[in-house]
Design a binder for this molecule. Structure first.
Ligand SMILES: Cc1cc2nc3c(=O)[nH]c(=O)nc-3n(C[C@H](O)[C@H](O)[C@H](O)COP(=O)(O)OP(=O)(O)OC[C@H]3O[C@@H](n4cnc5c(N)ncnc54)[C@H](O)[C@@H]3O)c2cc1C
Length: 396
């Protein structure tokens, strides 16, 4: 029975464990965190990613655990509504997707679906890899050695083990910081995603969840690098100073910063020349992070499907890893097509920029109202991948 060692137990790792188990592989997953991570906010599952979860038999469970968000309402600096976009219907439409779920819930469901068939090791990580003709030996941080036919690094955008697959891979920093928090729900919090933008490139969002709390988001553009690496106390100080003069519900979010579970991310893209080396391979954000623009989770599912399908029989692993890259590469290139100018237009610095932005959103909402699905043409790239059919994996 071929054996896969996967590093990272968020979305891509457990999804791949699921597909490989279906194909008869033995799977070990190591996760650096001591337990399954619960942080983060809503992620969308669209297009081909949605088709993958359908074929995995998990669509019903995921829809049942969805956030129930009704859509997104863009607000001006004082909290007045500029435009609103209802949630989409079907696999791909809408800024709020039909299948919108908390990242932690999604990870838990994937973990529970694979826990019996997969050897999960929490609080563990890969320290070194040595190649042999027909396998790789991984030395874990604990000193244990594990032999595997393939080693998959699914450790997210800031993966460290990535260097053991593709040395010195640089990230492209987009200059956008986003802090995701879980805060107490109040009576005014409805089932809409309310998203306010104001001068100085600052944004504040409030989103409903299905856990009796509210998910808050603070974002800003900056040329300063490394905020994500600061300790929590310094991040909180920086967020409080940066958002001190912002109105609407912002004081409430800032007040919650002391205790709220928080995850602060510097948005970056991984643009790598290759994703594999021999029997070592990257998957998910570790390979192709495109930023939190609605594609990461769908591409993680699709990538897990293609990687498992190409590996299916366990023979000639290096060739299978090259085929996986050939299938995924065009779609990843498309998902990564995020222009810095677009980020600046979405997060203006000046009042004049905000007036332009408000005008654009009003026009877009009017078009949506009149022409219905027209805007779905602009839905993210994850929606347009043709999912290959592989022997041993369920067909449509
Ligand atoms: C805590 C967290 C919160 C997130 N919140 C959001 C959000 O609100 N909105 C959004 O759009 N996207 C969010 N994301 C990113 C989103 O999950 C991914 O874009 C997407 O689902 C692809 O997932 P992935 O499994 O490739 O990578 P990730 O989801 O980034 O998961 C990587 C996993 O690898 C683990 N890991 C890292 N280094 C090592 C190591 N050396 N050894 C072993 N394990 C390691 C991490 O702990 C994590 O569990 C979040 C990710 C995380 C980890």
């Amino acid at each position: 029975m071929p054996h896969a060692l996967i590093s990272g137990a968020s979305i891509a790792g457990p999804a791949l464990a699921h597909q490989l188990h279906t194909l008869g592989w033995r799977v070990t997953v190591v996760e650096r965190a001591e337990r399954l991570r619960d942080e983060g906010q809503n992620v969308d599952i669209r297009g081909t990613g949605r088709e993958v979860v359908r074929r995995m038999g998990l669509e019903g469970a995921l829809l049942g655990a969805g956030t129930g968000e009704l859509g997104v309402r863009f607000l001006d600096g004082r909290g007045g509504t500029v435009a609103e976009f209802p949630a989409g219907e079907g696999d791909s439409d809408g800024m709020t997707a039909e299948l919108e779920i908390l990242r932690g819930e999604l990870s838990r469901i994937l973990y529970e679906a694979t826990a019996d068939s997969t050897d999960y090791r929490f609080g563990e990580q890969i320290a070194d890899l040595v190649d042999h003709d027909d396998h790789v030996t991984a030395t874990l941080a604990s000193g244990e050695e594990i032999d595997a036919d393939v080693v998959v690094v699914a450790e997210g955008t800031r993966s460290r083990t990535r260097d053991l697959v593709v040395p010195q891979a640089d990230l492209v920093e987009l200059g956008l910081y986003i802090a995701y928090l879980t805060i107490p729900r109040t009576a005014d919090d409805d089932r809409w995603w309310r998203w306010m933008h104001t001068v100085g490139t600052r944004g504040v969002g409030l989103r409903p969840d299905n856990r009796g709390t509210t998910r808050a988001m603070l974002s800003f553009l900056s040329d300063v690098r490394g905020v994500e690496a600061l300790d929590r106390e310094s991040q909180v100080l920086l967020l409080r100073r940066t958002f001190a003069d912002v109105g609407w519900e912002t004081p409430r979010v800032l007040a919650a910063l002391d205790d709220a579970p928080m995850y602060l991310d510097a948005v970056a893209q991984a643009k790598l020349d290759r994703w594999s080396s021999g029997r070592r391979v990257l998957l998910g954000d570790a390979a192709w992070s495109a930023g939190p623009f609605g594609t990461g989770t769908s591409l993680a599912f699709t990538g897990s499907w293609v990687l498992a399908g190409e590996l299916a029989d366990g023979t000639d692993v290096p060739a299978a890893l090259r085929r996986y890259e050939q299938v995924m590469r065009p779609f990843v290139d498309r998902a990564q097509d995020v222009k810095p100018a677009m980020l600046r237009a979405m997060n203006p610095r000046t009042a004049a920029g905000h007036a332009l932005r408000r005008g654009a959103f009003k026009v877009a909402a009017g078009v949506m109202d009149r022409f219905g699905g027209l805007l779905s043409r602009f839905s993210p790239a994850a929606a347009v991948i043709d999912l290959p059919t592989y022997r041993g994996l369920p067909a449509a």
